[in-house]
Design a binder for this molecule. Structure first.
Ligand SMILES: CCCCCCCC(=O)SCCNC(=O)CCNC(=O)[C@H](O)C(C)(C)COP(=O)(O)OP(=O)(O)OC[C@H]1O[C@@H](n2cnc3c(N)ncnc32)[C@H](O)[C@@H]1OP(=O)(O)O
Length: 239
């Protein structure tokens, strides 16, 4: 999802931005690999293959991983990302390049955001249902997007979950989130998960508080960002 940029824009300091077509090609390839690795993760947690076959595949996967050359440093922002406030290719929630992400697709609504996804066996908690931590992750992310979309990007300082019904695996889910109030740097947000099939039955709900770090705090947290013009002031915070 494209969200509005937060109050201050920022430039990356860690790598040069390739041209638009280069970024597009890179993102397309990242998403293609992410798709296949998610399929591999699904097959890995579903398979009933015998030990010999599992060991053969493990060796093959080790060989494939060795082909993924280059190594991004911990706090480096990928050149394909728009941080803050935009695409995060490797987000464990929305990132089409992440094997961990369902991935959740977030779109803007009047007064909030809506996310859609389906969970797989890799996200299982109780047999046949989603793990409670995964539900919290979907809500946390969507609520963060609701803040950013309302022009108040921040970080979660409090997330209170209510698990009302188990979340079925392999069903299309709808995650809604909206800002309910603000107080200084604090943004109050609410969210819910339902299936697309039965949007009136809330499966999980959350209330959260998000806070925009003050600029000094933000500079310390995100050293990969710097304000336009090369000064080190006014660092923005997003997701
Ligand atoms: C767009 C994509 C969305 C992605 C969503 C992903 C969400 C995430 O995963 S974020 C990662 C998880 N969260 C974190 O790591 C945050 C960790 N916390 C921190 O680093 C700091 O608390 C930080 C930087 C957010 C704020 O620190 P700082 O700027 O010093 O704020 P601080 O002065 O302590 O608090 C600001 C206000 O929030 C309040 N506050 C702080 N913690 C809480 C809390 N747990 N509950 C309620 N209020 C709180 C304070 O009381 C204060 O209120 P007031 O201004 O009225 O006195």
């Amino acid at each position: 999802m494209n969200s509005p940029l937060p109050h201050h824009s920022a430039t990356r300091t860690t790598a040069e931005q390739p041209d638009e077509e280069g970024v597009h090609r890179q993102r397309t390839a990242i998403a293609a690999l992410g798709h296949e690795v998610r399929a591999l993760v699904d097959a890995t947690v579903r398979t009933t293959a015998a030990p010999d076959a599992l060991l053969r595949v493990a060796e093959g996967v080790r060989g494939l991983a060795a082909q993924l050359t280059g190594r991004r440093a911990r706090a480096e922002i990928p050149v394909v990302d728009e941080f803050p406030g935009g695409a995060r290719m490797y987000s464990p929630v929305t990132g089409t390049g992440s094997p961990l992400a369902p991935p959740l697709k977030v779109t803007r609504l009047d007064g909030g955001v809506a996310g859609t996804c389906a969970l797989g066996l890799a996200h299982e908690g109780p047999p046949g249902y989603g793990h409670g931590g995964i539900s919290a992750m979907l809500l946390d992310e969507s609520m963060g997007w609701a803040c950013a979309t309302a022009g108040m990007p921040g970080m979660t300082v409090s997330l209170q979950m209510r698990y009302q019904r188990p979340v079925p695996l392999e069903a299309r889910l709808r995650v809604l989130a909206h800002v309910t109030g603000t107080e200084g740097r604090k943004v109050y947000v609410a969210g819910s998960i339902t299936t697309e099939e039965d949007p009136s039955t809330v499966l999980a709900a959350a209330e959260g508080v998000f806070v925009s770090p003050d600029p000094e705090h933000a500079r310390a947290l995100f050293p990969g960002l710097r304000a336009p013009g090369g000064s080190d002031g006014g660092t923005a915070v997003g997701r």
